[in-house]
Design a protein around this ligand. Structure first.
Ligand code: ADP
Ligand code: ZN
Length: 628
């Protein structure tokens, strides 16, 4: 529970106690003046009492205050006068504690007072005064616990029931048409849809139905969306729960939840169970972090038992999603469990365009907007990022009161999504800004001078989000799955461009290039150890750190399959690649020092330089220096 919530709880309690006190106060007749019984008797004897309700413990009466000044002590008289008038200006209501007094009724009658017996039902009062507020309190408390259950504070409530965390949609609105760019995955799940639509027909044909399908893909690639679409297409309920929610503090809770989940699914069959983040609960047993995790193992075992125990013929199909299949317990992947795997890759350019189209359906686009161009600018983006871009673009257009979303809005949206929200109010000191300008200009110039590097589409020194002080956006001409050695070397050069520019201009370097250097080093290491691109080591692939998708229990310590000597050679080769790149880049930028200065100045002035401006600048400098 965070601080804010705690504060809210405190306010909640204070408010409730206040309400409770107010109710008590009201019901105890605060509007009436309390006077001693003896004074009441005096008033009665003087004929000032007009009406009385005699209760079990108290008497409430209407008293005419005219001429009572001498009958009462001064303080009580003042108190009585100060009370708001009841039915007429001279009348005041009083309360007195009832004393055992056999003569009371006789005296009341003698004074011609209209009186009634039990004016207040003590039961009613207790009910209103205590039971109702307490009942309310309990209700609100329960409600809060329910809500809190999701955030882990509802330990007492709903233990062992997955209801609090299980989301059931009897009808999802998602259809296959809403899922774009991942047609292969859709096709693989088509069979599941067919089965859920008419299980009998499938059974008759003796078709083999998968029990569990594991959807594997990076975050935001649409795994949940696809699972929902399967339910939507088949028209069956969609029960979803996240793997991380199974794992509770108390041993046994997770296992009970699994049982409950499957029981509910059986009731609703045909239906789909969707387990998001399967890895959270399905981590291979024995590789858990701290001294084993009994709870998770129990939960996992229960899941395995349940999966074995039920028959998919009943029409319950389990879909699960993960982005880390390599850490799953192999037992989960055995036949009869999650034995089908559907992989979702990040979309390629066509897929991105299709996804953008889906999300732009409800957005008014200006005719100049070409979603293919937006798709080209967003390599590596997952579906969720693209949805985000369309949303941001629409928001941006709305903020500027436009009638339609324009290409500029999309550019802005891409910038935002790429590097977090723009932080225009973050002030960089002028010196820092200049350093960033030279750094980015260095990246851009090297990219433009290399035959195999992607063209620069935009350079910016507006600080965005955390970490990125500026960036150079390169627009690949196409999606790439294979890269040649020459292309990798050119990329290495571009990465080093920023730092070398700083060296040349200041004779010193800043910390701003840390990420570049990390990436350059990783790339060089990959070239040497995995792509066999080092002459000295030859065509050998060493440490394949990329785990094969569904390998058996991964070792905690990846064993190194080469000798100390080889390790040294690898380090030397990586060092050599970087050094050589550094030398090449230094040469390039020294030659183009004029362009570097000009571009940095332009950046400082404009903060953002688009491709057209960059081309113009390069052209004029080529002309001036005579370098082709
Ligand atoms: P995951 O479960 O893989 O993390 P989600 O399914 O939750 O990703 O995707 C988040 C959102 O991104 C979806 O609700 C949808 O709006 C959008 N999205 C992701 N992939 C696609 C896609 N292939 N087609 C259309 N929209 C997508
Ligand atoms: Zn950089």
């Amino acid at each position: 529970m965070d601080g804010k919530k705690q504060q809210l709880t405190v306010w909640y309690w204070l408010g409730l106690i206040g309400v409770l006190l107010a109710m008590q106060f009201y019901l105890l007749g605060s509007r009436a003046a309390t006077i001693p019984y003896s004074e009441f008797k005096t008033l009665l004897a003087a004929g000032k009492v007009q009406q009385a309700s005699v209760g079990a413990d108290t008497i409430v009466a209407e008293v005419d205050v005219t001429g009572t000044q001498n009958l009462l002590p001064a303080a009580d008289y003042q108190q009585l006068l100060a009370r708001p008038a009841s039915t007429s200006p001279t009348l005041r209501r009083i309360v007195t504690d009832r004393v055992e007094d056999p003569q009371l009724t006789t005296q009341l009658q003698a004074a011609h007072v209209t009186y009634s017996g039990v004016a207040q039902n003590p039961w009613l009062r207790t009910l209103l005064g205590w039971i109702v507020p307490i009942g309310l309190l309990v209700l609100v408390w329960v409600w809060m616990m329910r809500r809190g259950a999701g955030s882990g504070s509802g330990l007492m409530m709903g233990v062992g029931q997955s209801k609090a965390k299980l989301y059931v949609e009897s009808q999802t609105k998602v259809r296959f048409a809403d899922v774009a760019g991942i047609d292969e995955a859709k096709q693989e799940l088509e069979e599941v849809v067919q089965f859920l639509r008419s299980p009998e027909r499938f059974r008759g044909l003796g078709g083999k139905i998968p029990k569990g399908v594991l959807i594997v893909g990076a975050p935001g690639t649409g795994k949940t969306l696809l699972a929902k679409a399967v339910a939507g297409e088949a028209g069956v309920p969609f029960l979803s729960i996240s793997g991380s929610e199974f794992v509770e503090m108390f041993v046994g809770v997770g296992a009970a939840r699994v049982r409950d989940l499957f029981a509910q699914a059986q009731q609703r069959a045909p239906c789909i169970i969707f387990i998001d983040e399967l890895d959270a609960l399905g981590k291979a047993r024995g590789i858990s972090g701290l001294n084993g995790n009994d709870e998770r193992e129990q939960t996992l075992n229960q899941l395995l038992v349940q999966m074995d125990g039920f028959d998919s013929q009943n029409g319950v199909i389990i879909l699960a999603a993960t982005n880390r299949p390599e850490i799953l317990d192999p037992a989960l992947l055995r036949p009869g469990r999650f034995d089908r795997h559907v992989a979702i890759d990040r979309p390629d350019i066509k897929g991105r365009e299709a996804i953008l189209k889906v999300h732009a359906k409800n957005v008014v686009l200006s005719p100049e907007v070409d979603l293919a161009v937006v798709a080209a600018k967003t390599p590596g983006f997952a579906g969720a990022d693209l949805a985000n871009i369309v949303n941001e673009a629409a928001l941006h257009a709305a903020r500027e009161n436009k009638k339609a979303v324009e290409p500029r809005d999309f550019d802005e949206a891409i910038d935002r999504v790429v590097a977090g929200l723009e932080k225009r109010n973050r002030v960089m000191n002028p010196k820092e800004k200049e350093t960033v300008a030279y750094h980015e200009a260095g990246h851009a110039l090297v990219a433009e001078s290399r035959a195999h590097a992607d063209r620069v589409s935009k350079i910016s020194i507006i600080p965005r989000g955390i970490g990125a002080l500026g960036y150079t956006q390169q627009l690949p001409t196409e999606d790439r799955y294979l890269l040649k050695r020459s292309e990798l070397l050119d990329r290495l050069d571009v990465l080093l461009g920023g730092r070398v520019a700083e060296e040349l201009v200041y004779g010193d370097v800043s910390t701003g290039a840390q990420d570049d250097l990390q990436r350059a080093t990783d790339m060089a290491r990959h070239m040497v150890t995995q792509y066999g691109m080092s002459e000295r080591l030859g065509q050998v692939a060493f440490d394949s750190t990329r785990p094969s998708p569904f390998l058996t229990v991964p070792q905690a310590n990846q064993s190194v399959n080469y000798s100390e000597a080889t390790a040294r050679v690898i380090d030397e080769e990586v060092g050599r690649l970087i050094r050589e790149a550094h030398d090449r880049v230094t040469q390039t930028l020294t030659q183009q020092r004029g362009s570097l200065e000009a571009l940095a100045r332009l950046l400082l002035e404009k903060e953002v330089v688009e491709r057209s401006a960059l081309e113009a600048l390069l052209a004029s400098h080529r002309g001036a220096s005579g370098v082709a």
